[in-house]
Write a protein that binds this ligand. Structure first.
Ligand code: MRU
Length: 320
């Protein structure tokens, strides 16, 4: 089943706020509904956000095809619905370039973006599984963070797609899903997907990751990205940087798997990226809190970036 798709004139998504309790499908008919779904994380994960952005413009094109001003406002709202993953604005703006040709052309472009993400996931799974085997040998014990499976893309996913591919090849040792506070994408979503795939796994609190690495229980960290900067800095879910520090200290590979649609050569480094602040309410209902949703992992902590077309060995001095 696809996480996001265009079905009979509306955008259909798996509602990720309802998982793992309920597999609920939402039909989004308006730009407002789509933006609400993006902001509530009903649809989330960088590649899925790129597709959501493009389908959002397809919805806008149908409603506002004779009102260029309303159309421009709608596109702007979609591309800025969340700030950090480059895919959202990129998907929206790529679809918007087709607006002069009419709503059907926009929808076709959005479907191309969806299909490209499916193909990219397949490629990353194969390239990433080869690299993990090369770096870690047979039956690696992996730690992953946040959710990077089919739920974060259209199908398969990025880093979790690699985990799934290693499992299919019979070459996976074990996998730990770091729970990913505060919204528990690891404990709720990654765990749910691994159960669907029949992959045995354990969940750990985020702060246990570096300690498990220090104790020699992890062979590599493998996770995704919301944006990869020109210098190789990796923007990903809060907690990623701690795992990178733990991996460096333990001397194990720190692998980032993301499609080329997440590589942003227009942004020189992580300090130029807006880190989404999701407010205190997600963390605590009884006091003040600071809630950055993403962090920046400096490029010198990253062993390699796996995309759908290449392996960029940052540890060998290569750049995106
Ligand atoms: O806030 P989220 O759940 O959208 O954050 C998602 C992540 O940080 C993922 O790790 C990233 O998008 C890679 S998804 C393949």
């Amino acid at each position: 089943m696809r996480t996001i798709d265009w079905v009979n004139g509306a955008v259909e998504i798996i509602d990720q706020t309802a998982l793992p309790g309920e597999l609920r499908v939402l039909r989004l008919h308006t730009v407002g509904e789509l933006i609400a779904a993006i902001q509530s994380l009903a649809v989330r994960g960088a590649p899925a956000l790129g597709v959501a952005g493009a389908f959002g413009v397809a919805l806008a094109a149908r409603v506002h095809h004779d009102d260029p001003v309303a159309l421009e406002v709608a596109v702007r709202k979609i591309e800025t619905a969340r700030p950090t993953a480059v895919n959202l604005a990129r998907g929206a703006l790529r679809a918007a370039r087709l607006l002069p040709l009419g709503p059907d052309a926009v929808l076709i472009e959005a479907c191309v973006i969806r299909d490209e993400e499916i193909v990219a996931s397949q490629a990353m799974a194969a390239i990433g599984a080869d690299l993990v085997t090369e770096l870690c040998g047979p039956r690696p014990r992996l730690l992953t963070h946040c959710n990077t499976g089919g739920l974060a893309a259209v199908t398969i996913g990025t880093a979790l797609g690699v985990v799934g591919e290693l499992h299919r090849r019979g070459g996976l040792g074990s996998v730990i899903a770091s729970e990913t506070r505060p919204l528990l994408q690891g404990a709720r979503l990654t765990s749910w997907e691994l159960n669907q795939w029949g992959v045995e796994h354990r969940v750990a609190v985020d702060s246990a990751g570096p300690f498990l690495m220090a104790r020699g229980e992890i062979d590599a960290v493998i996770l995704g990205a919301d944006r990869i900067c020109a210098n190789g800095d990796v923007i990903n879910k809060i907690g990623t940087y701690s795992h990178a520090l733990g991996a460096r200290r333990a001397g194990i590979p720190f692998l980032v798997v993301a499609p080329e649609s997440t590589v942003d050569l227009d942004t020189p480094g992580g300090d130029q990226v807006e880190i989404e602040d999701r407010g205190a309410a997600e963390v605590t209902a009884y006091g003040d809190a600071v809630n950055p949703a993403f962090d920046i992992t400096p490029h010198d902590l990253v062993t390699a970036i796996v995309t759908d077309r290449r392996v960029i060995r940052l540890d060998h001095g290569e750049k995106p």
